[in-house]
Design a binder for this molecule. Structure first.
Ligand SMILES: [Zn+2]
Length: 136
């Protein structure tokens, strides 16, 4: 239960980071768009604006746009990385274990926490024996 909650908070954090990153990048675009859209060379105008334009987030605290872009990128990238990690953990159901059938004594790999399964070798409904084997 604790692990599940931690997964959910990682997932929520990654979404917040993604949204904040996108918001920061959109704010940059929104701030520079009037000049970039009318410039002859939009890309270099955009780059120049990054270093000259300032954003007043809080009164008295000016923030160069370039920092916002860097921050936005960093948040977006770490958000995506966290998202991928948390989604992977969501869909990988626990650890993979080896089961042994008590009837035919054959082994197979499956994800954990199964009390009753059909043996893939002899098709009997069995309580599998969980054995430890290094993952190959
Ligand atoms: Zn079997």
């Amino acid at each position: 239960m604790k692990i599940l909650r931690r997964k959910r908070s990682t997932y929520a954090l990654s979404l917040i980071l993604c949204l904040a990153g996108i918001a920061a990048l959109l704010a940059t675009l929104w701030k520079t768009w009037p000049e970039v859209s009318s410039a002859k060379d939009p890309f270099s105008t955009f780059l120049t604006l990054l270093w000259t334009e300032k954003l007043d987030l809080i009164a008295g605290l000016a923030f160069k746009l370039v920092y916002l872009v860097v921050l936005g990128d960093a948040m977006l990238i770490s958000g995506i990385v966290l998202l991928v990690l948390s989604v992977q953990r969501f869909y990988l159901p626990g650890k993979v274990v080896w089961y042994r059938c008590p009837f035919c004594k054959k082994d197979w790999r499956s994800s954990g926490d199964k009390a009753l399964v059909h043996c893939p070798h002899c098709r009997q409904l069995i309580h599998p024996i969980i054995i430890e084997k290094p993952v190959q």
